[in-house]
Design a protein around this ligand. Structure first.
Ligand SMILES: NC(=O)c1ccc[n+]([C@@H]2O[C@H](COP(=O)([O-])OP(=O)(O)OC[C@H]3O[C@@H](n4cnc5c(N)ncnc54)[C@H](O)[C@@H]3O)[C@@H](O)[C@H]2O)c1
Length: 254
């Protein structure tokens, strides 16, 4: 299939579970991809393993100038930008609300909220020049529900849902669609970290407890999340704007 043929997609958090899976799936669907993450080595290796239509770049999304450099790289290498996957995120520390330091809150918001804002701001001129496009922000089921012990993360993931709704209303008339991907627990590094922080030395038990709350009986995979992101970048999704796209195995259904 080549649902993204001719499209140029920029991806943040591209060395992580969901980001790499999306880069690989988007490439297989014909897109050219700029794959970014904090360190250059892993994203350059992923890009090399894909081929000529892939470029890897070190980008810290919490820095405005890095976001601008990332979009400039898409224009320089591939001449346009059609899609932006603002997916980089951090879980922060797990613990009671009143035990979080100012620095802990600020770090989570710098990456998960302002990183998304900078990414949108940097991408808009290129998306407008292309005559429209698709922005997909990775929120979470934590952007739709509360969770004890995860207040900075949950707050940040709610914030980007609000940002997405404002952007969808503002940019829809220009043909720029904005949506969030809202995964439930995903079988990857981030959930391992949350499980281990929730009950040090007994992460496996926390995993089982979370999985038992999912009607499918398991975490979703990076590839299942990537499939939704790729759909939202495709012309199959031209009617999708301003919504939350949940991939959670039924977690939010009960
Ligand atoms: N794993 C889950 O269960 C889950 C569930 C719902 C939502 N999410 C969200 O999915 C997104 C992707 O996470 P993942 O699950 O692939 O986890 P991950 O930890 O594997 O990937 C996150 C990536 O973001 C990168 N990153 C962190 N800070 C950055 C910064 N300042 N600049 C650039 N890159 C940075 C990390 O290096 C990492 O590669 C995140 O926004 C996360 O909050 C994850």
């Amino acid at each position: 299939m080549s649902r993204l043929s001719g499209k140029v997609i920029v991806i943040t958090g591209g060395a992580g579970g969901i980001g790499e899976a999306t880069a690989r799936m988007a490439y297989a669907e014909g897109a050219s991809v700029v794959i970014t993450d904090l360190e250059s080595t892993p994203v350059e290796a992923i890009a090399r393993s894909l081929g000529e239509r892939a470029v890897g770049l070190a980008v810290d999304v919490s820095r405005r100038e890095d976001n601008e450099r990332m979009i400039a790289a898409a224009l320089e290498h591939f001449g346009r930008v059609d899609g932006v996957f603002l997916n980089a995120g951090i879980e922060g520390e797990v613990g009671p609300f009143d035990s979080r330091s100012d620095a802990a809150w600020e770090k989570v918001f710098a990456v998960n909220v302002h990183g998304v804002r900078f990414g949108v701001e940097a991408a808009l001129p290129g998306l407008r020049k292309a005559g429209g496009g698709s922005i997909v922000v990775t929120s979470s089921v934590a952007g739709l529900r509360g969770a004890a012990g995860l207040s900075p993360y949950v707050s940040s993931k709610h914030a980007v849902v609000g940002m997405m709704r404002c952007l969808a209303a503002e940019l829809g008339p220009e043909g720029i669609r904005v949506n969030t991907l809202n995964p439930g627990p995903v079988d990857n590094r981030m959930m391992r970290s949350i499980e281990e922080q929730a009950n040090p030395g007994h992460g496996e038990e926390v995993h089982k407890m979370f999985a038992s709350r999912v009607p499918l009986g398991r975490y979703v995979t990076n590839e299942e999340c990537a499939a939704m992101a790729v759909f939202l970048f495709s012309d199959g999704a031209t009617g999708c704007n301003g919504n939350t796209y949940v991939v959670d195995g039924g977690y939010c259904a009960q």
